[in-house]
Design a binder for this molecule. Sequence first.
Ligand code: C5P
Length: 294
Amino acid sequence: MSTTVRAAAKINLHLGVGRAREDGFHALDTVYQAISLYDDVTVSDAAVDSVSVTGAAYVDLAGVPTDGSNIALRALAEAACSGSHLVHLVKSIPVAGGMAGGSADAAAALLAHDRLHGLDQPDDVLLAQAARLGSDVPFSLVGGTARGRGRGELVEPIADSGSWWWVVVPSDVGLSTPEVYRHFDRLFPHAPERPAEPGELLTALASGEPVRLARALHNDLQAPAIDLRPELGALIERGETAGALRGIVSGSGPTCVFLCDSRDGAMEVLAELSEVHDVVLTATGPVAGAHVLA
Ligand code: C5P
């Protein structure tokens, strides 16, 4: 018996970061959007716990742990249910890319395990389990477009009737999220306790106009990410010169995402960036959160 669940990558349309809290996490006020890059996770009954991984050629599969530290395997321990499992990951979301790939795997594994055993736990129970696994995991369950507060785990869906076109440029080498947050602390030792609110972004989102959304995109982790990887600044400039309305670092990076005015616009930017980057993808958002495929 097995169950397969699909979960999407996320980007942050707004990422307001406040000063580090006493528990070491940073207060966030963010607007997530799930975009059409997916990991598929199959959970099967097995004699011993194990993880296997395959995926797109551009994904650093060697960077995915296959021991008990894998977040998808850890997710299975959240529900009271005995037995061992094989967790098989088919990855299209970059590893350590700032797109919540590990969180998507955890959310998918939580849901797959729940459905495999017919537990049918209520949403609030699954969301609490997700929050214990990581700040972005609740959003990976919910998907769509949503505001995230607290350390990112308090998620509130936002109506978003837009169909936004993105060009996505992953990096060959990942960036460590804690390292980017530590660099944020070094660059902004006087960051406000309360993170920047997404008022402008929410208005732009409701307008449905890509030009307005482009202007309102905001990421407080972009400066530390570019300081650690200056080539990301050059990539963003190149994408904007190629016709993107705006380029930003996705979350803590190093993936960069470019908002385009249409499908055709995205294809033009893809063609130009493909001259200088091996891997350039397109995606649309918002898309659904974790859901059962089979
Ligand atoms: O919650 P998650 O395990 O995804 O966080 C990974 C790391 O990112 C944390 O250990 C912390 O260093 C940093 N982080 C943070 N503030 C947040 C979310 C993550 O400092 N709100």
